[in-house]
Design a protein. Structure first.
Length: 152
């Protein structure tokens, strides 16, 4: 927990430092810092939630239907956040460094979306190829989250 808190503080400091270099106004700086903190938390929690939900399903804590419903919620949230971040990219508010960082966040949400979809497809069909895709996306997602949040 201490490592996660340290990482979130680091992300906030980096956003603050980057903002100071490019002379954002105070309101924009606060908004971008908030987006950074919430995105970091959301990536980490969504990654954990998808994995925990599938683990619980494996131990029959949830039915197929309950598990698919929960995974659909996570996938839907990934899509909604990604769509809103795309709007932010087009707003012209951010400097080029922040645009790159937000683009990387969007990429991770897309990976989490794919991970959730693969889990759903595995539950519904039992086809091993979906489980393989789930594992690949899970590993890819964690690598990118760890890199973005400095958890490596």
């Amino acid at each position: 927990m201490k490592k996660i808190l340290t990482t979130l503080i680091t992300v906030l400091l980096l956003v603050s430092f980057s903002s100071a270099l490019y002379a954002y106004d105070d309101d924009t700086e606060v908004l971008l810092e908030t987006i950074g903190a919430l995105a970091a938390q959301d990536l980490y929690l969504t990654y954990s939630s998808i994995g925990s939900t599938l683990d619980a399903w494996c131990f029959e804590a949830y039915t197929d239907e309950e598990t698919v419903d929960m995974l659909l919620e996570f996938v839907g949230m990934c899509e909604a956040v990604s769509d809103q971040l795309i709007v932010l990219l087009g707003s012209g508010i951010m400097n080029s460094e922040d645009i790159i960082y937000v683009s990387e966040i969007i990429d991770v949400f897309d990976i989490l979306y794919d991970e959730g979809e693969a889990a759903i497809n595995f539950i519904e069909t039992g086809e091993e190829s979906y489980l393989d895709r789930f594992e690949n996306k899970r590993n890819e997602g964690w690598d990118k989250i760890a890199s973005l949040l400095g958890l490596e």
